[in-house]
Ligand binder design. Structure first.
Ligand code: ADE
Length: 224
């Protein structure tokens, strides 16, 4: 999988991609993540990337030329399965959507800033608009980092069996059951007996029951 991210703040994304799972995916050559600074495409002599909105509304809009040129250049180099704009008014991200997107080969992500991007780019170029939740971030970068992390961990081979993505919360429509590790008793707090029983069938049943119980208590909406 190849992910290209267009942003005016590439520095904001370097940290999240140089640690942990995304770093591992890149090092194993299973994923490529490329950051592109939209400012480098600006033909303005001051490298300006924003402009005032028509109609006189407050705030600024990411200018058309640098962003469109950046997108066009990337599209001339390869075909993209999706060109995603991260925006609070996009479709809400969930595990199902992440699973679908994880089948893509090439994904482009556009990080909005200021009041957003020109609607004509959304009408003609963007193929998918994604929100990571009903709150407003200062830009799309952290949302792109969230989406990238969720995608990369699903690429076969990126995470080992010891952290199998298939047992994550949401993968079977339920929250994951609680987990425990050694020692079996700490500070007087005991691990549920069944987990020490060695009876795999009983343990599986307990995990299923706990996952159901937890989902009913915390996220009854997942049953809708
Ligand atoms: N940009 C700003 N807020 C956002 C959000 N909630 N999701 C995706 N992109 C955003």
């Amino acid at each position: 999988m190849r992910i290209d991210i267009l942003t005016v703040l590439p520095g904001l994304l370097q940290g999240p991609f140089s640690e942990s799972i995304v770093k591992r995916g890149i090092e194993k050559n299973l994923v490529e993540v490329h950051l592109h600074d939209i400012r480098e495409f600006s033909k303005d002599k001051h490298k300006k990337v924003d402009d005032t909105p028509f109609g006189g509304a407050a705030g600024m809009v990411l200018a058309m030329q640098p962003l469109h040129d950046a997108i066009t250049k990337l599209q001339s180099e390869r075909e993209y399965d999706e060109v995603i704009f991260l925006t609070p008014d996009g479709k809400r991200l969930n595990q199902g959507r992440v699973n679908q997107l994880s089948l893509c080969g090439n994904i482009m992500m556009i990080c909005g800033h200021y009041k957003g991007i020109d609607q004509r780019l959304r009408d003609h170029i963007i193929t998918m608009e994604i929100s990571i939740g009903d709150y407003v971030l200062s830009g799309g970068e952290l949302a792109a980092a969230v989406l990238t992390d969720a995608l990369v961990r699903l690429v076969p081979g990126v995470i080992g069996d010891e952290m199998s993505a298939l047992t994550d919360s949401f993968q079977d429509g339920l929250l994951a059951p609680p987990v425990y590790t050694r020692p079996a008793e700490y500070n007087g707090w005991k691990v549920p007996e069944v987990l020490l029983s060695g009876n795999h069938e009983k343990i599986r049943k307990w995990e299923e029951d706990e996952a159901l119980k937890r989902t009913k208590e915390r996220r009854p909406d997942l049953f809708d």
